[in-house]
Design a protein around this ligand. Structure first.
Ligand code: ATP
Length: 496
């Protein structure tokens, strides 16, 4: 059964995962707020990443745990940092405007159908357009079929041909402007005066704060190459076309690791990180069949990267294709070299045993925390007409915002105190919900929709023999276990 983004967005709002930011004012395009359950889900994903990276980092190829430390750097840094990183001047996506529809497009997000025989007009589409939509529109505008065309991204098409291209949202050719650069960094002013000399930027990615602190970390801790520095935090990009729910937003969160190693060890560590990161997503319940690994073609690589593998997920809006969830890039020694040059500080590493200095190379697994949350939400969304809610969220228990619900069968006096006692017993260790009111069917339906893996129901038998019913979310099967066993049961089931 295909999943519809509209239904997922609706559930997220209805149950308190994600709301449009400034909802009561009509929202603000590209900004989202996380509700009570979305915040728990996001924290679970963040904490698990942090644990796997910093608290218990993976075992390295030599059998010993590798070394990773964390930082939490400022969102606003000295603007020189963005000159060095290439973001001022370089962090530009070429854009085209349509004079007719007044819409603005990223040139690499528009696909142009160019007639193979060179006769007639070319027609352009959003890169996510569906095949049947393309076929219909081509037929209408040109009376030809897709087989009569070859395709190219708009940024690869010679500007001289633009007059012959019909824009994605119009019917006549010649309304698209030449591609122009558009800086995606949000800026602000530091201090009282709003002049150019006070201009500063909200970081467009979190990794810069890691490179800026490379020397501080090396000098203040005992890390030795190879080692990593990890960071989780907000990033801001003035995306031209925010879309697909939180997938492409203007304010989002990233989880980034910069892994510093010797140049000659790059191929080994690159493979290591691709494997680690794949296992991470698999262990959270994203099936292998929904993941795709894109070895980014040379022409599409960021200027600093000689190799990047994108871990892609089959988001419902992309299916049957995939879209980027995480990028694993070999960044060379670009960042440390640039920041050394712009700051005038030495950002190399002294290898004591071999008595030599070098600038480490960097492998960067960079993932969107909020994009990861979207992947978990999309994967969890499961239509099931056989249950009252019609749908349940099949979260991996370790990611579920609530691990269990405690439900007294009736709000009658004798069920409630036992439920309250169990709740008090569990809440130190697990995020649990105590839900007393409404009929039991409605309460199960609510827990299904928020993805609670287990419901413990207190009934008359509980009072007689100390057992509770455990209802399992996915199968709706029920068994009875003793109250004393509930903690162990949850511990066992919820292990990450
Ligand atoms: P794109 O080319 O799609 O704009 P990117 O390749 O520039 O994205 P990176 O700079 O590699 O993205 O960012 C690393 C990760 O940060 C991405 O894999 C994604 O998970 C996340 N990310 C980037 N931009 C956004 C955004 N606008 N909204 C949400 N997450 C984002």
């Amino acid at each position: 059964m295909t999943k519809d983004m509209k239904d997922i967005v609706a559930l997220c709002k209805r149950r308190g995962f994600i709301f449009p930011a400034s909802d009561i004012y009509g929202g603000l395009n590209g900004f989202w707020d996380y509700g009570p359950l979305g915040t728990e889900l996001k924290n679970n994903l963040r904490d698990r990443w942090w644990k796997d990276m910093v608290i218990t980092p993976p075992i390295g190829p030599d059998g010993a745990p590798i070394e990773i430390v964390g930082v939490d750097s400022s969102i606003i840094q000295n603007p020189r940092c963005w000159e060095a990183s290439g973001h001022i001047g370089g962090f530009n996506d070429p854009m085209v405007d349509c004079k007719e529809s007044k819409k603005r497009y990223r040139a690499d997000h528009v696909v142009v159908y160019l007639p193979k025989d060179g006769e007639g007009v070319a027609v352009s589409f959003d890169k996510d357009a569906e095949d049947d939509e393309i076929e219909k529109r081509l037929k209408k505008l040109t009376k030809k079929t897709p087989a009569d065309f070859e395709t190219a991204k708009l940024d690869q098409v010679d500007v001289a041909k633009f007059a012959n291209i019909i824009g994605p949202d119009v019917k006549e050719a010649g309304t698209l402007t030449e591609p122009r650069q558009f800086n995606m960094m949000f800026h602000t002013y530091v201090g009282a005066a709003a002049g150019d000399e006070n201009k500063a930027y909200l970081r467009p990615e979190t990794c810069a704060g890691i490179f800026l602190n490379f020397k501080n970390v090396v000098d203040s801790s005992r890390v030795k190459v190879p080692f990593g520095i990890a960071q989780v935090g907000k990033a801001f990009r003035n995306e031209v076309t925010p879309r697909n729910f939180v997938f492409r937003s203007r304010e989002f969160e990233q989880m980034e690791l910069e892994w510093f190693c010797e140049e000659e060890d790059v191929p080994m560590w690159f493979d290591f990180w691709v494997e680690q990161r794949t296992n991470f997503w698999l262990s959270l319940g994203l099936p292998k069949s929904s993941l795709h690994f894109l070895d980014v073609p040379k022409d599409d690589l960021a200027h600093y990267s000689s190799r990047t593998i994108d871990v892609e997920y089959q988001f419902p809006f992309a299916a049957p294709d995939f879209d980027e969830l995480e990028g694993i890039a070999h960044r060379g020694c670009f960042d440390l070299t640039q920041h050394a040059e712009f700051s005038g500080q030495k950002l190399d590493y002294f290898d004591q045993p071999n008595n030599r200095r070098f600038v480490p190379h960097v492998i960067e697994p960079s993932t969107g925390l909020t994009r990861g949350v979207l992947a978990l939400l999309c994967e969890a969304y499961t239509v099931d007409e056989n249950r009252p809610s019609g749908v349940y969220m099949n979260f991996h228990p370790s990611m579920a915002p609530k691990k269990a619900a405690i439900l007294p069968l009736t709000a009658k006096e004798d069920h409630v105190p036992t439920a309250q006692k169990l709740y008090m017993d569990l809440r130190d260790e697990f995020v649990v919900d105590l839900d007393i009111k409404q009929n039991i069917g409605k309460r199960y339906a609510r827990q299904d929709e928020i993805g609670t893996p287990y419901c413990f129901t207190i009934d008359n038998d509980t009072l007689a023999d100390g057992t509770v019913t455990v209802r399992e979310r996915n199968t709706m099967s029920q068994e009875r276990i003793h109250l004393d066993k509930v903690k162990d049961f949850l511990r066992e089931k919820i292990k990450g």
